[in-house]
Ligand binder design. Structure first.
Ligand code: TYM
Length: 338
């Protein structure tokens, strides 16, 4: 069976970019009988960006509820919290010891942090924690722990997948027989028509740009409110519009069949007003996510049920991780813990 794995950082609430880039394609894949899926809450990763314990806890519940509301079936899928699997940080260390620093120096997230510090007149590494610097190794451990073949992620994570392949190759080279590698090399996949969903202003949809359309939080009202802020030109109803002049059409594409998306563009060219176009987009998105939002709210009212599901998932994940880690520890010359 093909193994598909993906994770989401528990640093806040989710937006429709996370849904289109990771959650929706991952859940679609998980319904195939040929696929074994692993979805997890990356709460160890969350500590890198967020030092607010309450926020991490709240976010973990919100993101777990989001996965379940979006259709994840915890019976079919191995669904867990990263921090419940102590084998992952142990594997992280084994991988850390065979990964070169030079390789990590090239990570986009690390480079962005040093550029920012320099721009602010500080030492390049002033604000870089070792967690941030080693982020891609922990992510490689997440993926390699379960030997995932495919990892559905948005475009921004592709470099991390390349790094995971490099980390795996190096470890295999150092410790495995050439014909019996420990790790499969994972592939990034993205199920969406758009690789990176743009936000209200046309840049990548991202919390840090404050340009997101929230997925469930705030309900239909917050959805309408965000969509009303999508940047368009000031052409009036009746005037022909350039459908490519705004992210509105690209976001529409992510929720519509191709013919429908083309018809929408044709109407804009023929003079459909931006106000009406925004209403159509909001209705389109809500038709898909509205029923999920109702389930989300129901789940959020029962945190004990979410906790039960996560603990059952952790048991399934550890049953696979523990024997594999034991084999890896043996390979590097350590005695495996029970
Ligand atoms: P995170 O939490 O930042 O994002 C979760 C997922 O959402 C995708 N995404 C987008 N996709 C399309 N358009 C956008 N505008 C957009 N914004 C975010 C991200 O690409 C991601 O797939 N490093 C990961 C978490 C992680 C992980 C892993 C993923 C930790 N370990 C192992 C896969 C495998 C991250 O930053 O996700």
């Amino acid at each position: 069976k093909k193994r598909v794995l993906t994770g989401i950082n528990t640093t806040g609430t989710l937006h429709i970019g996370n849904y289109v880039g990771a959650i929706r394609p991952a859940i679609q894949d998980s319904r195939s009988p040929d696929v074994e899926s692993f979805f997890f809450l990356a709460d160890l990763h969350a500590l890198i960006k967020c030092q607010d314990p309450e926020r991490i806890e709240r976010s973990r519940m919100q993101i777990a509820a989001t996965w379940l509301a979006a259709g994840l079936d915890p019976e079919r899928v191995v669904f867990y919290r990263q921090s419940d699997i102590p084998e992952i940080p142990t594997l992280n260390w084994l991988l850390t010891c065979s990964t070169s620093k030079g390789q990590m120096n090239r990570a986009h997230a690390y480079k962005a942090a040093t550029d920012q510090a320099v721009a602010a007149g500080k030492e390049p590494d002033a604000d870089v924690t070792m967690g941030l610097f080693c982020y891609p190794i922990l992510m490689a451990a997440d993926i390699l722990m379960f030997n995932a073949h495919e990892v559905p992620v948005g475009h921004d994570q592709i470099q991390h997948l390349e790094m995971a392949r490099d980390v795996a190759t190096r470890f295999n080279f150092q410790y495995a027989k050439p014909d019996e590698p420990f790790f499969t090399l994972p592939q990034a996949t993205g199920g969406s028509a758009v690789e990176v969903l743009p936000g209200l202003d046309g840049r990548k949809m991202s919390k840090s740009y404050n340009n997101v359309i929230p997925l469930f939080e705030g309900g239909r009202k917050a959805l309408d409110e965000a969509i009303s802020r999508i940047v368009t030109d000031s052409k009036l109803p009746g005037e022909p519009k350039d459908p490519e002049s705004t992210s509105l059409t690209v976001i529409y594409d992510a929720f519509a069949a191709p013919e429908e998306a083309e018809a929408f563009r044709a109407e804009l060219r023929a003079g459909l007003g931006w106000g009406e176009a925004k209403k159509r987009l909001a209705d389109k998105i809500d038709a898909e996510i509205g029923p999920m939002r109702a389930r989300y709210e129901e789940l959020m009212a029962h945190p004990e049920e979410i906790e039960r599901i996560l603990q059952a998932g952790a048991a399934k994940a550890r049953a696979l991780a523990a024997p594999f880690l034991a084999k890896l520890m043996h390979a590097v010359g350590l005695r495996a813990f029970a």
